[in-house]
Structure formats: C-alpha cells, structure tokens
Design a protein around this ligand. Structure first.
Ligand SMILES: NC(=O)c1ccc[n+]([C@@H]2O[C@H](COP(=O)([O-])OP(=O)(O)OC[C@H]3O[C@@H](n4cnc5c(N)ncnc54)[C@H](OP(=O)(O)O)[C@@H]3O)[C@@H](O)[C@H]2O)c1
Length: 345
C-alpha cells in the first residue's frame, strides 16, 4: 500500500481551501511535514501561484493542487472528495476599498463557506476547521461590559459593521455564524478559529494584507489610523493551532487565537527601538481611541497550544520583508498605503 493510500484509510487526507494564501501555505507546509496527504485548492494552477507549494518537502508525493473557486460547488466537492478532514481557509482579504460587497466579500465568504460545508457533508468528512477572525469577536459586541475580557461567547455586532459599511467583518461574522449553525443542524463536526492580526514570514511571493499593515508602519504613508489595541499572532502558530483543532478529540466551537496585544502607538515605539532608520508613520497620524478589555486565547491554550513571543514574530516578519525587498521604496514612487479594511480613520 502506498503512503497516499494509507493516509486515505487513516484520516490523514485533508483538504485545505486557499492553499496558496499566507496562512494556507504555512498550513500546507505543516501538514505535509506531519505526514498528511493534502488536497489544496487554488484559483490559478500557474507556476507563479503554485511553485512555492510544489517545492515544499513531501509535496511531490503528498500534495495535490486543484483549481476551485469558492462559488463553484462542483469544483469544491471534487477537491474535498476522498478527504477525512477540511481546513476552510479561503476568504478574500482585500487591501483596497470594497466597492461591491456582495461580489467581493459576502458571496465568496458566506456562500463559499456553505459550499465547502455541503461538500464536506457529501464526502462524509469527519471534521471541518473554519478560519474565522478576531473581527467576528471584538467589534462593538452588544451587551458586553467594556472592561470584561473577551472570550468565545463574545460576538461582534454585525448590524453595526453593516451600518459603517465595514464589509470584511460583516462577511466573517456571517460566515462563522453560518458555519457553526450548519454544524448544529446537520451534525457535521465544525470548529472555528478566530486569529487576530497575523504577521510572519511569507511562503507566497506577494505581500498579503496583514503583513502590509507592518510594512506601512515602517515605510510610512499618508493615511490616518486609530490607536487601536491590536492583537497579534504568528502565522506559523496559527497553522499549529489549526492542526491542533483538527487533531484534538474534545475540541468544539470557537477558539480565539490572539495571544499578544499592543496599541498602535506602542507598536510604533517597539518597531523604532528594534529597527531604527526606517521612515516610519508619523506619531500625529495615529488618532486617540478608547481601549476595551483584550481577548483571551485561554481556551486554545487549554488544548495545549503555545506560541512565539510577539517580539520574535515581529522580528521574523520584518527581517523577512527586508530580505525580500518589501521595505524598499516603490519603483513607481507611489506611497505606501494602510490596508483599508484594517481600521483606517
Ligand atoms: N492575515 C490575517 O491577519 C488574518 C487574521 C484573521 C483571519 N484571517 C483569515 O485567514 C484566512 C486566510 O487569510 P490570509 O491572511 O492567508 O489571506 P490571503 O493570503 O489573501 O489568502 C486568502 C486566500 O483565499 C483565497 N480566495 C479568495 N477568494 C477566493 C475565492 N472566491 N475562491 C477561492 N479561493 C479564494 C485566495 O486565493 P487566491 O490566491 O487565488 O487569491 C487565497 O488563497 C481568511 O479566511 C482570513 O479571513 C486572516
């Protein structure tokens, strides 16, 4: 029996949606290193979008890449067929302003998640781990005392997010709620992970939105931002958390993955102390903001999850960006911009 056939029998064949993205690619790398066979979905099988995945250790034998859009049920079902587990990672994370919420965000996030779950049910999958976000936890939660630590029972106010046209949170809240509801209704074992802002080295060749946040701090730019209390986690620790949730027998429900917190002003000061010499955003471009109590990752930690320090995460992310040339001036002279979905004033 080949290893791929053995994996199919032992529950070690899994699907990762959005395999080529920032978090998806680190998860694929981790799964391959732990002996899993991975069906990875991408939207472009061309070399520039997949060569970094095909080069991963064990990829030649144990990684199968399939072209599938979230809105194409049949393509998702074909990718999930033969898998015992699914990691649903794919969701648009646009750095520019969203002009068509349904097309750019809500459709792929919500209908896309339902497609993945239906395909998982059809394939008799044992467990689905869905990547949600801190934005489904911490935005203006209704009836949540200001000073009370935010845990998994805390939900962002979807109507508030809709009223300020903050479409990424609307989509993530709706998608996570739909995923958990689908699990309750059908009996499919559905778990969610709510990562905070994710930093770290990249396997993919282009910069993703959350690392653009860090790059913007170092390079400076014209945007005003709030002095928000940011929670930070390392991409490699997010991948470990996802695998832990898949493998932990008693795991259930939501899991906040937001171990470190720091305000925008404190982050600026920390970066300046670690990496003097960059142009940096101006102090005056950070606007005062009230800070509610932080989130806790205690539930995940109780399952055995641990993580890198914030300083190590920031150092690895900045060192990676510097070596990759992402901190150099833009060739076209265009200013660096703060990703629109991340709390611009
Ligand atoms: N990074 C963070 O700070 C952070 C924090 C909390 C939660 N998350 C969540 O983590 C997940 C991954 O985010 P990321 O940071 O890794 O972003 P990313 O690098 O932009 O990855 C997003 C992935 O989703 C795929 N995708 C987008 N629209 C799709 C569609 N219509 N059909 C199929 N695939 C589609 C993308 O495929 P293409 O490569 O083809 O575009 C890409 O692989 C998302 O669910 C995001 O909401 C991220």
């Amino acid at each position: 029996m080949t290893r791929v056939e053995k994996n199919a029998e032992s529950g070690k064949t899994v699907c990762v949606t959005g395999a080529g993205g920032f978090i998806g690619s680190w998860l694929v790398k981790l799964l391959l290193s732990r002996g899993y066979t991975v069906h990875g979905t991408v939207r472009d099988l061309g070399d520039s979008k997949t060569s970094y995945l095909r080069r991963l250790d064990n990829a030649a034998d144990n990684l199968k890449l399939l072209n599938a859009d979230l809105l194409d049920y049949d393509a998702m079902a074909a990718a999930i067929a033969g898998c015992q587990g699914v990691f649903h990672v794919a969701t648009p994370v646009p750095s520019e302003k969203i002009t068509d919420p349904e097309l750019q965000m809500l459709g792929p996030a919500v209908t896309g998640t339902t497609n993945v779950l239906k395909a998982a049910s059809a394939a008799n999958v044992q467990r689905v781990v869905v990547v949600s976000s801190m934005v489904a936890v911490e935005i203006n939660p209704k009836d949540w005392p200001h000073g009370k630590i935010r845990d998994e029972s805390c939900w962002s106010d979807q109507e508030f997010c809709r009223s300020i046209e903050s479409w990424y949170p609307v989509a993530k809240i709706a998608a996570e709620a739909a995923a958990l509801e689908y699990g309750r209704e059908t009996g499919l074992d559905v778990l969610t992970l709510n990562p905070s802002l994710v930093f770290g080295p990249m396997l993919q060749p282009t910069v993703n939105t959350s690392n653009q946040f860090l790059i913007y701090f170092l390079k400076g730019g014209p945007d005003l931002i709030w002095d928000k209390l940011w929670h930070i986690v390392d991409v490699r620790d997010v991948a470990e958390a996802l695998l832990l949730l898949y493998e932990a027998p008693g795991a259930a429900g939501r899991h906040i993955c937001a171990p470190h917190f720091i305000t925008a002003r404190e982050l600026l000061a920390l970066l300046k102390s670690m990496y003097p010499g960059y142009p940096y955003i101006a102090e005056e471009s950070i606007r005062d903001m009230d800070h509610p109590a932080p989130m806790t990752s205690g539930k995940l930690e109780k399952l055995g999850w641990s993580c890198r320090t914030m300083r190590d995460t920031i150092a690895d992310a900045v060192d990676f960006c510097r070596e990759a040339g992402f901190l150099e001036d833009a060739v076209d002279g265009a200013p660096c911009r703060f990703p629109s979905l991340l709390n611009k004033v």
